[in-house]
Design a protein around this ligand. Sequence first.
Ligand SMILES: NC(=O)c1ccc[n+]([C@@H]2O[C@H](COP(=O)([O-])OP(=O)(O)OC[C@H]3O[C@@H](n4cnc5c(N)ncnc54)[C@H](OP(=O)(O)O)[C@@H]3O)[C@@H](O)[C@H]2O)c1
Length: 173
Amino acid sequence: MADVQPGQRVLVHAAAGGVGHLAVQIAKARGAHVIGTASVGKHNLLHDLGIDEAVDYRSEAFEKVIEPVDLVLDLIGGEVAVRSLAILHPEGRLICMPSAAAAAAVAAAADRGLRATGMIVEPDGVGLESLSALVDDRRLRVLVAETFPLERASHAHRAGEFGHTTGKLVLTV
Ligand SMILES: NC(=O)c1ccc[n+]([C@@H]2O[C@H](COP(=O)([O-])OP(=O)(O)OC[C@H]3O[C@@H](n4cnc5c(N)ncnc54)[C@H](OP(=O)(O)O)[C@@H]3O)[C@@H](O)[C@H]2O)c1
């Protein structure tokens, strides 16, 4: 959806999370310059994943230290989405993943003449094939934070709602 091109500057919020750590690697595989926000304890991990710049969102206002970007992949929503518009290139795009936050982000972008959109992930066999190829090439790896049997699904939900996962939470069926 973002159609990331080589050399583009891409900002991924929550870059060490379940979606973010994959987005970082996919954008790198497409030749982008990738910047990610995460608390400082996760920066080494992000560098291992190939990120170009890691920004500690807790100690500094990300929009003050990041140069303009072509794409923001917003995995937080709310004021993070709105603040991101300050560093979005006029021709750039913000993609807001938390569904409940997307409408406000799209409206805030429209007020400034910028492009923003929400999205809902859908089953995509062709996309999965290209991701498999990246895995085979060792350019994409999936970090697993924790694995839960299905009967402990409520524990998995609680872990996710905490909001500080590194990588994916997995349910085994
Ligand atoms: N629309 C769709 O189809 C779709 C699909 C998948 C996911 N989503 C949504 O996308 C969002 C992200 O999902 P996820 O599974 O990647 O979440 P997640 O794994 O729970 O994200 C956790 C990460 O968020 C980081 N984080 C928390 N607050 C932050 C902030 N203010 N700035 C930067 N990073 C922050 C944490 O880093 P620290 O520990 O360093 O704080 C942690 O690594 C969720 O809202 C989810 O519902 C939507």
